[in-house]
Design a protein around this ligand. Sequence first.
Ligand SMILES: Cc1ncc(COP(=O)(O)O)c(C=O)c1O
Length: 400
Amino acid sequence: MRDLAGLDGLLARAGWSERPLAVLDLDAVDANADDLLRRAGGTPVRIASKSLRVRGLLDRLLARPGIAGILAFTLPEALWLVAHGARDVLVAYPTAERGALRRLAASPEALDAITLMVDETAQLDLILDATADLPPRTGGRRIRVALELDVSYAPLPGIRFGALRSPVRTAGQAVDLARAALARPRLQLVGLMAYEGHIAGVTDAAPTPYGAAVRAMKRLSRPEIAARRAEVVAAVRALAPLEFVNAGGTGSLESSAAEEAVTEVAAGSGLIGPGLFDRYRGFSPQPALWLGTSVVRRPAPGVATALGGGWIASGPPGTDRLPTIAHPPGLAFAPQEAAGEVQTPVIGPAAEDLRVGDTVWLRHAKAGEPAEHFSHYLPVQGEQVLDPMPTYRGEGLTFL
Ligand SMILES: Cc1ncc(COP(=O)(O)O)c(C=O)c1O
């Protein structure tokens, strides 16, 4: 792991004194990519772009053998990525963007590269309605769609673990939706996705009764998912030759990739190693993204205040959504201000030693969200500081 005590000096020698500054450690990203590929055991890994939101980083990763395609989060994002050369983009969430659908339907390159996600006939109808006045098949191509299957765990009525995503749970429901897609001549059914977020995205290493309960839930859920996914995939394959079956995320690569029905796995967060991914049993990504803020005032003994902050992760509010203070050691957030807004006071023994101009290094709890706060990431590799990489926002784009 990078020596944060030396990071300020390295940046200063390269002429980078501005703060806040987001430093991307490419050595850590590369090591994390190696580990994701190892854990996937030969199953291709599709990169979840929402966990990166930096085109230069996506390109770097897509150049690696074993990494195949992008899992995008919106159709406008997918269209933009294709305009910049992406060739295989699965949009992980349904879209109701009529303008973007029209742009897709009118572009042979986009029709070749992009697959939309659907889980009910209303979405199929909306796609057709939005594009009704366009030629039925631009360049002879149809609009590619994939079905999303819900693989949340519902062991008893009223008890459910997993994100509220697709209403399609059974082979019968999947077959009905597949038939509905196949009946619409503008559409082509090419794949299936089933994301087990309650396994991939829930930390499980806590040595507490809660941690034990999460581990038990995951143990019980995995075989149920494998059986249902296999049954649904077989039923849909009987109707249409699927190009791919996508599954999993950073926290479930081994179990997702082990299923015969799964042809590719998705991952993104594990490349960055944000705070929420510190507490998994089976793997430990290296932290790759450091957010530097500078101390600008010392309002009281034992307190130093940095300019910047407020970098709270999305999801149910809780202390696990706060950034982690990575360096110097021995600092904590002030309880009444937490990670701050425009400024962030830090307290603790080390705060006494901080001086105006010193850097406090933070890590975000989530992988992709810092890219919405920084126009560029500054990549470092070994002792080299490379040219800044623009984030999506730095390229002038915010998709959500
Ligand atoms: C459909 C889907 N697959 C996979 C992932 C996993 O991404 P990550 O590896 O960044 O946790 C996500 C993230 O939310 C997702 O929505």
